[in-house]
Design a protein around this ligand. Sequence first.
Ligand code: THU
Length: 162
Amino acid sequence: MGRTGSIGSSSTRLTGQKLGFMQMPPTWTTDLPPDLKGLVEAAVRARSNAYAPYSRFPVGAAVRTRSLGIYHGCNIENGSYGATVCAERVAIFSAMAAGERDFDALALVAEHGAPLTPCGICRQVLFELAPTLRVVMANLTGGVTVAPIAQLLPAPFVLLES
Ligand code: THU
């Protein structure tokens, strides 16, 4: 089980594990559900394909469909830095391009002190394509945090038809 702690006054108390500089909400978990162990291993393997000559920060990702298909992703950088694509988006775009639409979980892995959390652009993309997604954030030393995408992005942009 993960450690717990608390910050804030009694009226605004937030309990949970510390995740980098922030306090983890109590509904998130540091226990890896056994059925997601293989997905983290797939993300570790995908990381070896990263193209990250500029940051030297390889990231691996793997997304699982509800029918248990697995699609891999890694970060792919570019000398025009803004053209870089994160591992999470490569994974889910690859799955979308194969015709998949129903996603259950996504794992991402990097060599990082605390389990890596997805960037804001990836959170927006993941929420639109898979609003019930479980996101498994991991590092290479066994640190894991699991959170629903809706909690990682509490106020997503949604384009509504007028
Ligand atoms: N990166 C990812 O692939 N996923 C993340 O969640 C965070 C950042 C990549 C983008 C860039 O290639 C490198 O990590 C450094 O930011």
